[in-house]
Design a protein around this ligand. Structure first.
Ligand code: NDP
Length: 245
């Protein structure tokens, strides 16, 4: 990838960490956003710097527009404008719908949808003005298939499809792209916290017979962030080991 400046929300752990480190390996300058995992974000920055890259940890709760504004000021102070925004920050609060509270519904929609809104609004002009501006959103396989106990999460992730498609149309007028990656089950705390029986069932239902690795998502995101993806926009790229949904 040509050296670019990238912001990865939720870059302190899991898939976001994998994406941030991959960008670092590719010679990018990386702003590693975190909410509460300050030490983990510092580790990601260290890993990127140790690999010869440039990185900075930037704190913000993506649901808070003022915090996102302060984060953007930190990013600009470190790197100036950016080329690539990856909306990756996410949470889940799984419970069957009949027991789901409005707080649980709202908390999950807030992080995934309001978070994507605030971060994209804040960096929109950067993406437009960058020579190869890129918006990349992380959705999920459950946006297509639904999942027991995840009405809030599946709804939020399906919203990301419409958001991506619309932003793709609007950004296309400026020569920039927006795409979405929809991972299947990936080895992060979001999955390792699931009961073992569910993980075994997922492995059984996956044609490749296993859950995925964060690097397998990071590779696709790195491709979408690069000039090699220049004629791809508005797409949802499934990375799920062959699950048919
Ligand atoms: P993790 O729980 O491992 O990491 C979540 C990341 O999001 C952390 O860096 C966390 O930061 C950050 N985050 C959470 N809330 C906020 C917030 N309010 N503001 C800023 N950052 C926040 O999750 P994964 O890596 O598994 O998931 C990453 C993305 O991939 C999510 O969008 C998830 O929905 C999606 N996904 C994951 C799949 C999987 O199987 N793992 C499958 C499909 C999609 P901190 O630690 O500082 O709180």
């Amino acid at each position: 990838m040509d050296a670019k400046t990238c912001v990865v929300t939720g870059g302190s752990r899991g898939i976001g960490r994998g994406i941030a480190e991959r960008f670092g390996e590719d010679g990018c300058s990386v702003a590693v956003n975190y909410h509460s995992s300050e030490a983990a974000a510092a580790e990601v920055v260290e890993a990127i710097e140790a690999a010869g890259g440039e990185a900075v940890a930037v704190q913000a709760d993506v649901t808070d527009p003022e915090a996102v504004g302060r984060m953007a000021a930190d990013v600009r102070e470190a790197f100036g404008s950016i080329d690539v925004l990856v909306n990756n920050a996410g949470i889940n609060q799984d419970v069957f719908f009949e027991e789901m509270t409005h707080e649980q519904w709202e908390a999950v929609l807030d992080v995934h949808l309001d978070g994507a809104f605030h971060c994209t609004q804040t960096f929109y002009d950067d993406i437009v003005e960058a020579p190869d501006g890129r918006l990349i959103n992380i959705s999920s396989i459950v946006a297509k298939g639904g999942n027991l106990g995840q009405a809030n999460y599946a709804t939020a992730k399906a919203g990301i499809f419409g958001f991506t498609r619309t932003l793709a149309l609007e950004l296309a007028r400026e020569g920039s792209t927006a795409n979405c990656v929809a991972p299947g089950f990936i080895d992060t705390s979001m999955v390792s916290d699931l009961p073992e029986a569910i993980v075994e069932q997922v492995e059984e239902d996956t044609p490749l017979g296993r859950i995925g690795d964060v690097a397998e998502i990071a590779d696709v995101v790195a491709f979408l962030a690069s000039a090699r993806s220049s004629f791809i926009t508005g797409e949802v790229i499934d990375v799920n080991g062959g699950m048919d949904l």
